[in-house]
Design a protein around this ligand. Structure first.
Ligand code: FNR
Length: 360
């Protein structure tokens, strides 16, 4: 039995909301302009129903997986999040330690404290991936790749959906201007496939492109030697009016045809969401906002607790679907359905108001 005060994910969401000021809350939950992409991520998940099978022996559930030579407790990773220092004292180090302690993979953002070497020291044994925003010329990018390799990172990730910083209107409306004027940001807009090829030819570390949103770019990535395809629209924080990532995933799975593992993020807030992505052909699912929620609610312990609850949801979901392992799942367990929500960031937590309305 747990000693944690949190039994459900919505309790962690509520605690995080209580602890964060309005600016930091909006920074987490917000997206670009009309926030249509944010909603489409959630609606794409909400538009899939399960087709469970029954009367099978599901007494040996195993939710673990293998990735980059590491055994992981769940097919989940902490998506790169900049500015974690706004939510938890140790920032990226707290997230990496929670990932290591729980047994999942961590991806560190290049705009997150305390930096790549300190995070590597905090969690030396975790499966660690370093994500870079291109804020300098080719020499600068190469130097960052060399530093990530020297610090023992298992893979290097370039975020490619951020040629420009978007208009986050929740922040703008409050004059809470965050990263518009980062030095070197202009290099991101000039970055092209030839830079990807150059990096691939110079460094042996596995390369991931984060922000692939079409089957055409997934195929181009493979042609440029990219090792893993990361399907993402930045959680609806960059280009508005994108398709939900879960809607695009089947096309990308088909185009990649098993030639590379596929990572995905965007609206994966519950265990069932993660199960849907793996059934549709993804290998690993990233959590962005939920990571912030866990850290804001209770630091490293809060994030670890969030992962424990996600694991309970996932294991139960697998058993009730009629499978023991990920390998048994395939798209036949999924079916198109009418969404029940409107795609709001908190749609996955319909009981948030429960104690205020006890007859709800
Ligand atoms: C992000 N994201 C992000 N992505 C990235 O490549 N580098 C970064 O520094 C950040 N920073 C960041 C900050 C915050 C507060 C959030 C919420 C997100 C995007 C992130 O990696 C991921 O793509 C989305 O968060 C996934 O969607 P969900 O899980 O938040 O719905």
């Amino acid at each position: 039995m747990t000693t944690s005060p949190f039994l459900t994910l919505h309790e962690l969401v509520k605690k995080a909301r209580q602890k964060l000021n309005h600016d930091n809350w909006d920074y987490i939950v917000g997206g670009t302009e009309t926030e249509t992409t944010v909603r489409r991520n959630r609606l794409a998940l909400d538009s899939i129903a399960f087709q469970p099978r029954v009367l099978r022996d599901v007494s040996r559930i195993d939710a673990s997986t293998e990735f980059l030579g590491h055994s992981l407790r769940l097919p989940v990773f902490l998506a790169p999040v900049g500015g974690l220092e706004h939510f938890a004292a140790e920032a990226g180090a707290a997230a990496a330690k929670a990932a290591a302690q729980f047994g999942i993979s961590h991806m560190l953002s290049s705009v997150c404290e305390p930096g790549l070497e300190a995070v590597a020291q905090a969690a030396p044994d975790a499966l660690r991936i370093y994500q870079l925003y291109v804020h300098g010329d080719a020499d600068w990018v190469d130097a960052m790749a060399a530093r990530a390799i020297a610090a023992g990172y298992d893979a290097f990730c370039l975020t490619v959906d951020s040629a420009y910083y978007s208009r986050r209107e929740r922040d703008l409306a409050k004059r809470n201007i965050r990263r518009d004027n980062v030095p070197g940001r202009e290099f991101q807009a000039r970055f092209t496939w030839s830079d990807v090829a150059r990096l691939k030819s110079k460094f042996a570390i596995p390369l991931i492109l984060k922000g692939i949103a079409t089957k055409e770019d997934a195929v181009l990535a493979l042609e440029h030697g990219v090792d893993m395809i990361y399907v993402s629209n930045h959680g609806g924080r960059q280009l508005d009016h994108c398709r939900g990532t879960m809607e695009v995933l089947p096309e990308i799975v088909a185009a990649v045809g098993g030639r590379a593992p596929i990572m995905i993020d965007g609206g994966f807030n519950r265990g069932a969401d993660i199960v849907k992505a793996i059934a549709a052909g993804a290998s690993l699912v990233g959590i962005g906002r939920m990571q912030c929620i866990g850290l804001a609610a209770g630091g490293e312990a809060g994030l670890t607790r969030l992962l424990e609850i996600l694991e309970q949801e996932i294991r139960l979901c697998l058993g009730l679907l009629g499978v023991n392992t990920w390998a048994e799942l395939d798209p036949s367990y999924l079916h198109p359905a009418h969404p029940v929500g409107t795609g709001g960031t908190l749609d996955a937590f319909p009981l948030l108001a429960l104690d205020e309305k006890s007859f709800y």
